[in-house]
Ligand binder design. Structure first.
Ligand SMILES: [Ca+2]
Ligand SMILES: [Ca+2]
Length: 260
């Protein structure tokens, strides 16, 4: 009698394990399909800027998102991961008149290991909607803050971005060493579009082969004086199928333990 119960238990266990293996195989196949297709996430600009003028905080420009109407507006950034390829689409209306003779376009700062220091930048200062597509360098370099940068050239505007209660200087790249190329394309979306330009930065397949870029922090200011800035943490979401697989494995362990 005891032996029969043992056999029955063993049979149950075998059936459960077989079912779990089939389930895992199906989920695995589904998750490979999911990973093969691009994943895009929209990061809306919620970063606030604290402005200053003449080396002092300016009470007129405290905790603002935009200075000077909507001339510096940054709406959102869409990050797309597609296998080892990473792409960023920045929606902005700067340079509003398609020119860079005024305040230059900001450099994109990237913190790949999310440790609080910038690892890379994409220098965008010389591009405009009239010279597309443009190859720009992916650089590592010396960072200055916008306050320092403009203080030294006689311009007096600048800002710090606010993340929670903390304020951070808006970085401006000065010295640099090339580490690669990025395809930058400026698209004109039309004057009726809320963000008139789309800046596409295609990092290609070279940077995320080890999945170092599956999560990173980025900061982009529409202009070097940091009138409107976006700071965000981008990350590939864990696919639902992988979560299912994880819970399936946990379930399997639970069954095994129960049967013992
Ligand atoms: Ca870093
Ligand atoms: Ca902002």
């Amino acid at each position: 009698m005891g032996r029969g119960i043992e056999n029955e238990k063993e049979n149950h266990m075998r059936i459960i394990i077989r079912m779990m293996l089939v389930l895992i195989a199906v989920i695995w196949a589904m998750s490979s399909v999911a990973q093969a297709s691009p994943i895009s996430i929209t990061y809306w600009d919620t970063t606030k800027v604290d402005g200053w003028r003449n080396n002092a905080p300016d009470p007129n420009y405290q905790n603002v998102d935009v200075i000077g109407g909507d001339a510096f507006k940054l709406e959102k950034t869409v990050v797309t991961w597609d296998g080892s390829r990473v792409k960023m689409d920045i929606y902005t209306n700067w340079p509003a008149r398609g020119q860079t003779s005024q305040t230059g376009v900001a450099d994109l700062a990237l913190d790949i290991d999310q440790n609080g220091s910038w690892d890379y930048a994409v220098r965008l200062g010389s591009v405009s909607r009239f010279n597309t597509p443009t190859v720009v360098d992916l650089l590592s370099g010396t960072w200055r803050n916008s306050h320092f940068y403009f203080g030294s050239t006689g311009l007096v505007y600048g800002g710090q971005y606010i993340d929670g209660a903390q304020k951070f200087d808006i970085p401006v790249l000065v010295g640099s060493t090339d580490v690669g190329n990025v395809i930058a394309t400026w698209s004109w979306l039309g004057s009726s579009s809320s963000s008139r330009f789309k800046v596409t930065l295609d990092f290609g397949n070279n940077f995320n082969t080890n999945h170092d870029w599956d999560s990173f922090n980025f900061l982009w200011g529409t202009a070097r004086c940091g009138n409107d800035t976006q700071f965000a943490s981008a990350a590939v979401p864990i696919p639902g199928s992988v979560l299912l697989l994880g819970s399936g494995l946990l379930g399997l362990l639970g069954f095994k333990r129960k049967l013992k």
